[in-house]
Design a protein around this ligand. Structure first.
Ligand code: MD3
Ligand code: FE
Length: 217
């Protein structure tokens, strides 16, 4: 009967947070599969090592990254693009581990996007001080499909802006196991990650890993 006491009171620690039209944060959604996800990340990194991209403007990014799936995100003097070949190996990117696809599909479904099948994953690795400046993700061919992200390791401050770079971003703390689904109008919001604070995570030490799942091709 204790349930009655709390009925009608706002949930002060919700697991599913509505961020914007089409954007949902699923707190701890990947908490139970974190080890399996990290094993899969390690498998990808063994075949396509993390690297610091150099922006078309000549700056080395503080975040290191790699990819798996049909396409990968590459950058050189000619610009940014999705490419079926890993320039570091001259080979195709590793296949998407089954556990990635399943987790992304379940999260998308939870957020109301049925039958999401990602074909491309980006893996970002942050160390203390690494940051990702405000940007839009608009190079994917399928822009109706959402992007799903999972955070592992050290917590980060996620900056969620509006449709214009100059819109003041809202701040959200993303912690180990948090999954977010970005669809609808939110798909084109400016977003970024504030410089990572130092710390220690039991599984990842001084690192944060973010994996995003997309339909890019
Ligand atoms: C909102 N990654 O890989 S994940 C990226 O934590 C990227 O590494 C960040 O931005 C990271 O492009 C943020 C959350 C995220 C991912 C894609 C989005 C938020 C998004 C696309 C549109 C709007
Ligand atoms: Fe992004």
């Amino acid at each position: 009967m204790t349930g009655d006491l709390f009925e009608g009171l706002p949930d002060l620690n919700p697991r599913q947070i509505h961020l914007a039209d089409g954007a949902v944060l699923l707190r701890g959604f990947a908490g139970e599969v974190d080890r399996v996800l990290l094993c899969a990340v390690e498998e990808v990194i063994a075949q396509a090592p993390l690297r610091h991209l150099v922006t078309p403007g000549g700056y080395r990014m503080s975040v290191s990254m790699t990819c798996c799936g049909r396409l990968g995100w590459v950058s050189d003097r000619s610009g940014y693009r999705y490419d079926p070949i890993d320039p570091a190996s001259g080979q195709a990117w590793p296949a998407i581990p089954a556990v990635f696809t399943e987790m992304a599909r379940n999260a998308a479904s939870q957020a109301g996007f049925e039958s999401f099948t990602p074909d491309t994953c980006l893996i970002n690795c942050y160390e203390p001080g690494s940051r990702l400046s405000l940007h839009q993700d608009r190079h994917e061919r399928d822009v109706v499909a959402p992007i799903v992200s999972v955070s592992l390791g050290l917590p980060a401050v996620f900056l969620f802006g509006g449709m214009h770079r100059s819109d003041r971003p809202q701040h959200y703390r993303l912690t180990h196991g948090d999954v977010a689904v970005w669809g609808g109008p939110a798909r084109f919001a400016f977003h970024g990650i504030a410089p990572l604070a130092d710390g220690h995570h039991p599984m990842l030490g001084r690192r944060r890993i973010n994996v995003t799942f997309r339909k890019a091709s």
